[in-house]
Design a protein around this ligand. Sequence first.
Ligand SMILES: *Cc1c(COP(=O)(O)O)cnc(C)c1O
Length: 666
Amino acid sequence: RDGWQVEITDKWLKGGWPWEIPHPDQACFVGFGGRTESYRDEHGHYRVRWIPEEHAIGVPHDVPVLGYRVNTCNRLRLWRADASESFDFGAFNIGDYYGAVEEKVGSETLSKVLYPNDGTDEGRRLRLKQQHFFVSCSLQDMLRSLEQRGLPVTEFPDHWAVQLNDTHPAIAVAELMRLLIDDKHLDWETAWDITSRSLAYTNHTLLPEALEKWGLGLFGSLLPRHLELIYEINRRFLQTVRLKYPGNEDVLRRVSIIDEEGGKAVRMANLATVAAHHVNGVAALHSELVRTKLFPEFAALWPDKFTNVTNGVTPRRWLALSNPPLRQLLNESIGEGWVRNLDELRALEQFQHDSGFLERWGQTKLACKRTLAHYIQRQSGLLVDPSSLFDVQVKRIHEYKRQHLNALQVIAQYLRIKNGQADGLAPRTVIFGGKAAPGYYMAKLIIRFLNGIAETVNADPDMDGRLRVVFLQDYNVKLGERVYPASDLSEQISTAGLEASGTGNMKFAMNGALTIGTLDGANVEIREQVGADNFFLFGKTESEISALHAEGYRPWELISSIPELSEVLKLVEQGHFSNGDGDLFRPLLENLTGRDPFFVLADFSDYLRAQDAVNRLWADREQWNRISLLNAARTGFFSSDRSISEYAERIWRAEPFPITITCDMP
Ligand SMILES: *Cc1c(COP(=O)(O)O)cnc(C)c1O
């Protein structure tokens, strides 16, 4: 609204959802708060019991997930929170009407809100409660299923693989230990053996502000028994660290599960790393940085624990379903096997010198661009030319992803056109899309900035036929399905070392977009696969960025030496993209010319150079189409089928289950 992001609730369950099947008979109890007490059991063993202050009930709702044209169906088990006592007659009888339903309302918010805002103490508390709720339900369910099959609990790791997808479910370490020790009455060593042979952890980010920490006050009041168990896990772990690093308090401080600096807190990534049998990053570069920068001490202790599984995306959704024109061309030219075995796209290479085929290749892209152009016209009233270069950056808005670097580039192109230096520039439609976290001020200002640029550029008759800027509203997966197939150029321009993998980069390349990008995340592997000549590389490497950081980066000194950059910044400062308001984008300018924490100015010149190479290649459309074809042909590696097989073989040690294909179309 007026160029700013506004948030509204998405009541996606209001009409019910037909695909979920509730199983109230398999409901679980989950406790919160209260206290612990020790006792001696009938054999005289020391034991602890947790007496929670409140309970929620988790009711499983199963969603069937069909395989692609096979006779198997997997079960996705989701949990909905119900109050344990939905109506408090005691409170009702003394006239407390709200109190009578309070517990019901309270526990139902547990599964109601996705990732509650953690800007407040209340929000943080709800979020930790939610994490524990989902984790506890799932672990109890696994134990129940084992029991139902008559299997001993010691066989848990042979039947279940628990993959911690980021640290959000890392409380599972303590919860599984609690269930095994307090409920199943196993001794510590047996419980730890089961836990550490069942859990593995995938790290998704190196950004320090994104590594979860829970203050001990909050943690202890909500999960007192878990905190005791974590202290004991940490005590035993630090013992083994002391043996390896005698007298080295520094190492102890860094690896400890408890952060002792400032307000003490539980470090969930450390907890997950201590317990997991494998820890993986999501792209080769990222996994290397997890090993060398994030967890060097852990890697020295347990070198074999650390591994890489490069992310993938499903070709069923991101190619076959979302790109009908290309699907048809592929099926006609190389058969239908690519849908199950994406490596078969390699067969496209035989057509790389076939002008007729390259022409058809270009036509499938044009068809998708027309569809997106219609969508843009319906959504915003803006007319865009499907024959222009569709230059696209869609992803969450974040400073490290550097939508503002792209913005500066757009302004540079705008200035060239204004100054009569448009020769050699490809007519472009620059498309942005993405959401900011609701509390992330700078990201929201970047959205406003992109919309300000769009408004000025699109209203200027000098830009007609040369430059259009679009900010897509409400960018989501559904819209992504329209956008990736319609893109010529994929913007993957994060500060090197900060994007763990990216998956949008894979969706674009699979659909024949060329990438302009830094050596970051899976871009590195995309470039290796498609070939360096078929990728627009720019920017500082991760080690150059970290060297620049170490020697002291002074962005303001760069500006005067890059005339085009100072022109661009001057225009923004004058309010050219904010109706003359010189204040609106000042915080953004001060961010860039002050600390420039994401090295936007450091990469500006090289980015412009790479964009010039884009302009040159666009002028030779057959060559562009050839490179587009080679990009798609060489993205088989980025199928999620390959990622999942790697998890299955190397981390879960799960064998393939033979299936009979019965549902193939004639
Ligand atoms: C794939 C996808 C992403 C991830 O994009 P990146 O460019 O890898 O950050 C984000 N949002 C949506 C809707 C997606 O489809």
